[in-house]
Design a protein around this ligand. Structure first.
Ligand code: FAQ
Length: 311
């Protein structure tokens, strides 16, 4: 049962009024947002690692400069998102602790390895492609700071997606070996990219409430379908084959039908047992520990400055 304040809150949401940090909000709304925004931030930060792996091995100066810029953008996205979460009353240190202890999640997709240079292209095309599909609606979500952060993030993600597709276009127009490399990357990244949208609607514990609060505007399956519909013609243009024997156009539905997703694999990765989960967290923890002297120096410097102002 909703109390009077919650009814008023829901009415404001229904009327399309944005919720701002100083506004009253139900505790569960605050908690849901902290969970989603902090997990989104962690995904951006951990998401730098698979591609970062290729910065030193990019095949040309141009590709290296583009990749560096993309990975730096992801660091920026993580920072906007941590800031948006902080407006809800959680500290950055707490969020980082929750990531390192395994209490907070990050996207399943970043637990897969980047075995070849073509994987960097596949990440841009498919992973950033899925991320935009999910994030464009978030620009209109009910929480002001989150929705505003998403506007710039989406602009940058659109560039990321184009650079990935451009890279695959070069590979597909190259030697047969290069084209095969692109096909192999698609084979490995296709299904994990579809898993990014989360469990099927019937098993999505948070969707119904999050839709009511307009944190989510579409369900996991709706966005997954949009992603499939958008990507099939793009794969055809590249001359690549999507690794799904059941994929076919359904004229009646006006959508592509696609094969069964291996949800056991998804839950296994989410539980921490994917190919790179342990490595990713170990790398983040080491970066945090290695940066301790620098954080301490920053605080000492800020203290010194504020004391000298007082005198
Ligand atoms: N991985 O009830 P639902 C990027 C968890 S884009 C891991 O459906 P919800 C850009 C879920 O947290 C990637 N866990 O949950 C980039 C929940 O567990 P909890 C990040 C997942 O929240 C590109 C449980 O399953 N984008 O980083 C996943 O309503 C390239 C039940 O699920 C965002 O985070 C998953 N894939 O819907 C960076 C977007 N899916 O929390 C670098 C914002 C579900 O109760 C390179 N987030 N779970 O312990 C969202 O839209 C939502 O949170 C969903 C999940 C759609 C991800």
């Amino acid at each position: 049962e909703l109390d009077a304040a919650e009814v008023r809150f829901q009415k404001r949401i229904d009327d399309g009024i944005r919720v701002e940090p100083q506004d009253w909000m139900p505790d569960r709304y605050r908690k849901t947002l902290i969970r989603q925004i902090s997990q989104h931030a962690h995904s951006e930060i951990v998401g730098q690692l698979p591609e970062g792996n290729w910065i030193t091995r990019a095949p040309s100066l141009k590709r290296k400069a583009i990749l560096l810029a993309k990975v730096q953008d992801e660091a920026g996205h993580g920072l906007y998102l941590y800031s948006a979460a902080e407006t809800l009353g959680i500290s950055r240190d707490q969020m980082v602790d929750d990531l390192h202890s395994g209490k907070a999640k990050y996207s399943s997709i970043f637990n897969y390895p980047t075995l070849t240079w073509a994987d960097v292209g596949a990440i841009g095309w498919l992973v950033d492609g899925s991320a935009i599909m999910n994030q464009i609606p978030l620009c209109r979500c009910s929480y002001g700071p989150y929705s505003r952060a998403m506007i710039r993030v989406c602009k940058e993600e659109a560039f990321h997606m184009r650079q990935g597709y451009d890279m695959l276009m070069s590979l597909c127009r190259g030697t047969p070996e290069q084209k095969q490399m692109a096909q192999d990357a698609l084979n490995r990244w296709w299904w994990p990219s579809l898993m990014m949208f989360g469990p099927p609607d019937a098993d999505s514990v948070h969707s119904e409430q999050s839709k009511q609060w307009k944190i989510k505007l579409f369900t996991n399956d709706e966005l997954r379908q949009k992603m499939v519909d958008q990507t099939v013609p793009q794969a055809e243009y590249l001359g690549l084959t999507i690794p799904d024997a059941d994929l076919k156009w359904n004229a009646e539905r006006g959508h592509y039908d696609y094969g069964a997703i291996d949800w056991e694999e998804f839950y296994n990765v989410v539980k921490g047992n994917g190919p790179c989960n342990r490595e990713r967290i170990a790398t983040r923890k080491k970066a945090w520990d290695d940066g301790e002297w620098f954080r301490e120096a920053l605080v000492a410097h800020a203290d010194k400055k504020s004391k000298s102002k007082l005198q």
